[in-house]
Design a protein around this ligand. Structure first.
Ligand code: SF4
Ligand code: SF4
Length: 236
């Protein structure tokens, strides 16, 4: 059952990021990040804004560390406009971004995985190695903007994972649509021959190509939504 504060949230950020203390079996008493949603209209942009403000106030600066730039960095459809802004204008921006910055693989069960392209040792291709900074910082994808090497509550991790999974599927749908409209095939080859377009149907997030237009409610299932809205229950 949704609490009444969710409907009354007017004039303040509809996403709250906070720290809570929990007893970890290995580390003992530990602080972790939590997220709570206060309004139906909360967007991924609200989540990222709340995270930026929280990080500036509570977390150490990442400068000089490139730890998480050696991990898989999947892309979502809402990342495309900002990344496309780094490249030449194109009638098929998802193809333009994926051809220049990403790698598309198809796993054994036929699902597409679209990630930032990597260097030979696994580092992201947009990582400047000697100075250890991101060459596309202002346009870096959601998965990078929402990652901090701080323990997270289950609902925080589940929210991030759900946005990435649904957003990556929507990006695949977008690529298939661009291909059907005549875009030149990706370097990895034509997608329609490798994927089943029926697996990438229109969804509530289709066409939401900015973080501000992407509602969190449309990125999560009912169970996770209830957990995200629950008050004082970071371990939900
Ligand atoms: S989030 Fe942590 S691991 Fe990643 S770059 Fe920042 S300090 Fe390094
Ligand atoms: S896009 Fe930037 S922040 Fe993200 S993994 Fe690559 S170098 Fe790191």
């Amino acid at each position: 059952m949704m609490d009444s504060s969710i409907k009354k949230n007017q004039g303040r950020c509809p996403v709250i990021i906070s720290l809570f203390s929990f007893a970890d079996a290995l580390l003992g008493e530990t602080l972790a990040m939590d997220v709570r949603i206060l309004a139906e209209e909360a967007t991924v942009e609200d989540f990222l804004t709340a995270l930026d403000q929280f990080a500036a106030a509570q977390l150490a600066d990442c400068r000089g560390c490139d730890g998480c730039c050696h991990e898989r960095a999947p892309l979502i459809a809402a990342d495309i406009p900002r990344l496309a802004g780094l490249l030449a204008p194109s009638a098929a921006p998802a193809h333009m971004v994926c051809s220049n910055l990403a790698l598309l693989t198809v796993n054994a069960d036929g699902a597409a995985d679209i990630t930032m392209r990597r260097q030979a040792d696994g580092a992201c291709s947009s990582l400047q190695r000697t100075e250890k900074f991101c060459c596309i910082w202002q346009a870096r994808p959601f998965v990078c903007r929402s990652h901090f090497c701080t323990p997270r509550s289950p609902r925080f991790s589940d929210l991030r994972e759900s946005i990435v999974n649904r957003g990556e599927n929507e990006l695949t749908r977008l690529l298939l649509a661009e291909e059907a409209a005549g875009a030149a095939p990706l370097p990895e080859g034509a997608l329609a021959a490798r994927l089943n377009p029926a697996d990438y149907a229109i969804s509530p997030i289709s066409g939401k190509l900015s973080y501000a237009s992407l509602k969190i409610r449309d990125c999560v299932d009912d169970d996770l939504w209830q957990r995200l809205c629950a008050e004082n229950d970071p371990c939900a």
